[in-house]
Design a protein around this ligand. Structure first.
Ligand code: FAD
Ligand code: NDP
Length: 490
């Protein structure tokens, strides 16, 4: 039994679990990781690496790129390139290429664990008590492992609305990225990150796409920016309908979706594919957290302090962490780099004599919609409610990327704003930009904001010309002034 005892046992081999286990092993600890993927209701399953690698960030960004290439081909014509009248994408080939890359990453993660001497168990783990875990592999073989410490990093899975046909006839992001045949005409239900990103690339690769929105787009994000993204998507040919689905039925080869509109009336339409993107549930139920005495919030998430749960030897990282219970609360805990950073720092504090804590504030993020949206810090709504309208100065600007002038597109589509706190020398507390490559632009500004950059620091920074990101160094129109934020020249 001796070899079954570990210094650290990690449940979940995703972004957070892998980072934490490798960091602990590097510091000389005996570590094991249990990772097991329960098949989706349609039977989709995948390899080691968790959500990001298999059914999240990686395939999503690659498919977003496929869509951007289609758009670039349209622009290329305007620049003089001779391209086919209607370039078409072979879905099967795109999925094949994406899945090939994912398989290589799965292989790389296994090799990486081996080279760090981390024991990998492809088995489902359940806590028996605070130090004991039972695992069951796919052949049903059971094992019992014990550990001094346990890290919970089980991530989450898509939710299903409680309506007829949802589980049997619809897909989620867990199924989409490995679909061997084109989804065809698609209804995307939901209007947050996952929904709008998927709707964006499905439409971008040439498929008819509709979004069903229950209330507002991109809840939790700056609503002016969210509106900008929605308008751009609508203008590119993605209709938004306001409503909630009530049933999904098979109708020949297609799926007939019935929904209730906000005004109470009902409507129905047939689609080839219905993609449900109505949020995610964390995988904390039925894994023995009660037996181990771990406190769980009503939303299923785990409250932590310095990643430690209420049970002293049990920790939690990544998507399972309850962001509402952090101090200050954070709605940006469900991101890969957050899980990785929290996992690494935890291992270094537990085993490396370090004291650095995970900082959940000023986490930058980007939504990979057809017009990308990058942000760091507060939304305008949050800044106003926290400090009061009078304490906030918002500098803003519409801009058009130089590259868009030849295809003559996107007037007033791209927009940037800086939210500054007047009593603190106009310290920048929120930065928002929607435009091409917003993800690449936002990262560096997150560093500046961590260093406490003020509006004067932005003004004193020389821009790089011609870029779109130089916009942040030349902003002089405040919202308060009421002056036009539209661009007139170079
Ligand atoms: P996960 O990566 O989900 O890993 C958890 C692992 O634990 C899984 O493999 C699961 O099967 C396994 N597991 C669960 N229960 C058990 C058990 N009892 N026993 C054994 N194994 C178990 N984030 C970004 O930063 N950028 C993006 O662009 C981005 N895009 C996304 C797109 C989509 C469509 C989705 C769904 C998410 C996206 N995310 C993105 C979020 C990101 O993927 C997650 O925040 C991140 O993967 C969370 O890491 P984690 O370690 O907490 O959990
Ligand atoms: P969210 O919980 O953020 O959004 C759920 C969406 O579904 C909302 O628009 C919600 O509407 C809608 N909805 C919920 N129930 C229903 C229903 N019954 N009928 C119709 N619509 C419904 O979840 P996501 O899955 O989009 O994202 C989860 C997390 O994954 C994010 O918080 C993010 O951290 C991470 N992620 C990160 C990405 C990135 O970094 N680029 C990309 C994708 C995900 P309403 O607003 O009315 O509640």
């Amino acid at each position: 039994m001796a070899e079954q005892h570990y210094d650290l046992l990690v449940i979940g081999g995703g972004s957070g679990g892998l980072a934490c286990s490798k960091a602990a092993a590097k510091l000389g600890k005996k570590v094991a990781v249990c990772d097991f993927v329960q098949p989706s209701p349609l039977g989709t399953t995948w390899g080691l690496g968790g959500t990001c690698v298999n059914v999240g960030c990686i395939p999503k960004k690659l498919m977003h790129q496929a869509a951007l290439l289609g758009e670039a081909m349209k622009d290329a014509k305007e620049y003089g390139w001779d391209v086919p009248q209607t370039p078409t994408l072979k879905w099967e080939e795109m999925v094949g290429a994406v899945q090939m890359h994912i398989k290589s990453l799965n292989f790389g993660y296994r090799a990486d664990l081996m080279s760090h001497s981390v024991k990998y168990l492809n088995a489902y783990a359940t806590l028996v008590d605070a130090h004991t875990i039972e695992t069951v592999d796919k052949k049903g073989k059971r094992s019992v492992l014990t550990a001094e410490r346990v890290v919970l990093a089980m991530g989450g899975r898509p939710k299903y609305p409680d309506i007829p046909g949802a589980r049997e006839l619809a897909i989620t992001s867990d199924d989409l990225f490995s679909m061997r045949t084109s989804p065809g005409k698609t209804l995307v239900v939901g209007a947050s990150y996952v929904a709008l990103e998927c709707a964006g690339f499905i439409h971008g690769v040439g498929l008819e796409t509709k979004v069903m929105m229950r209330s507002i787009p991109l809840r939790g994000f700056d609503q002016q920016m969210a509106g900008q993204i929605k308008t751009f998507m609508e203008q590119s040919g993605i209709p938004f309908v306001q409503g909630v689905p009530t049933s999904i039925e098979q109708a020949g080869e297609r799926k007939r979706v019935t929904w209730t509109r906000t005004d109470g009336t009902t409507e129905a339409e047939e689609f080839d594919t219905v993609l449900l993107a109505v949020g995610r549930d964390v995988c904390t139920r039925g894994i023995g957290l009660e037996a181990a005495g771990v406190e769980v919030s009503p939303n299923g998430k785990i409250p932590v302090k310095s990643e430690q749960t209420n049970v002293p030897n049990i920790y939690a990282i990544g998507d399972v962490v309850d962001g509402d219970k952090l101090s200050p609360p954070s709605n940006l805990t469900e991101l890969t780099p957050v899980a990785i950073q929290a996992g690494k720092l935890l291992a270094q504090r537990l085993y490396g004599g370090k004291t650095l804590e995970m900082d959940y504030t000023n986490v930058p993020t980007t939504v990979y919609t057809p017009l990308e949206y990058g942000c760091v810090g507060m939304t305008e709504e949050l800044a106003e409610s926290t400090y009061g309208k009078e304490a906030i100065e918002v500098y803003h600007s519409y801009f058009k990327p130089l590259e868009w002038t030849i295809p003559h597109k996107g007037d007033n589509a791209c927009y940037a704003k800086l939210i500054c706190l007047i009593p603190e020398k106009e310290r920048v507390i929120g930065l928002h930009i929607c435009g091409p490559n917003a993800g690449e632009m936002t990262q560096g500004f997150a560093v500046a904001m961590k260093c406490g950059a003020t509006k004067a620091d932005f003004d004193n920074t020389v821009g790089i010309h011609p870029t779109t990101v130089e916009e942040f160094t030349i902003m002089d129109v405040t919202k308060r002034s009421g002056a036009s934020a539209e661009k007139t020249g170079c």
